[in-house]
Design a protein around this ligand. Structure first.
Ligand code: ADE
Length: 237
């Protein structure tokens, strides 16, 4: 998969893309990132990318003509890419959306910055995505979240079993007796490792039993309970 990133701050991505899973994904050529610096498409001797808002008000607004020029260049290199604008007004990102995006050949993620962008930029894109109901100073952290969530779904990037059993994607086709359950979008069951006893908090006995069928049943039950508990009654801060 090709992922183009249009940003004023390509250096924001330096370390994350060199780290861990994202690094491996590039090494095995599952994904290839190409950066476009919005500044390169800026206007005049100072490569201006933003301007004051018509009608007055605080802050600077990203110019539509600058973003248009950048998109034109990206599409020249990659005509079939799907263009996505990161904005708090977009469709909220979730695992289903990550799965839909992970099967595309090419995505272009546009990071907005400063106080906002010219409304007409929305006509230049195929989709708008938000990573949640809060406002970031720019689209870069949102882009990072999205590329992490997508990249790990590309076959070969994660170890097969852990990808299959992951939170939110846990699809248990349970062939156990009396249990014909198919659970989608289920949170993962709890995990434990050594020590067996930590400050008198013990690892559940079933996990030490060696009974794989019972362990599977327990995990399934825990996953269901965990999902019910956390999704319907999120813990209060
Ligand atoms: N840019 C600013 N806030 C954002 C958010 N919540 N999601 C995506 N892009 C953003």
């Amino acid at each position: 998969m090709r992922i183009n990133i249009l940003t004023l701050f390509p250096e924001f991505f330096d370390t994350p893309l060199k780290t861990s899973m994202m690094h491996k994904a590039q090494r095995i050529k599952a994904v290839d990132f190409k950066f476009y610096n919005l500044r390169d498409f800026g206007i005049g001797p100072r490569y201006q990318v933003d301007d004051r808002p018509y009608g007055g008000g605080a802050g600077m607004i990203l110019r539509v003509d600058v973003v248009d020029k950048a998109i034109e260049k990206i599409k020249k290199n990659d005509p079939k890419t799907k263009i996505i604008l990161l904005t708090p007004k977009g469709q909220t990102f979730n695992q289903d959306l990550a799965q839909n995006l992970a099967i595309k050949n090419s995505l272009t993620l546009i990071c907005g910055h400063y106080e906002g962008f010219d409304e007409r930029i929305r006509d230049l894109v195929d989709a708008e995505i938000s990573i949640g109901n809060f406002v970031l100073t720019g689209g870069e952290p949102a882009t990072l979240v999205i590329i992490d969530a997508i990249t790990r779904l590309i076959p070969g990037v994660l170890d097969h079993e852990s990808a299959k059993e992951e939170s939110f994607s846990l699809k248990i086709e349970n062939s156990l007796q009396n249990c014909k359950l198919k659970i989608e979008n289920c949170l993962e069951y709890p995990h434990y490792t050594r020590p067996v006893d930590f400050n008198r908090k013990k690892v559940p006995k079933i996990l030490l039993s060696g009974n794989h069928v019972e362990v599977k049943k327990w995990r399934l039950q825990q996953a269901i309970e965990e999902t019910e508990k956390r999704k319907n009654n999120p813990p209060k801060m």
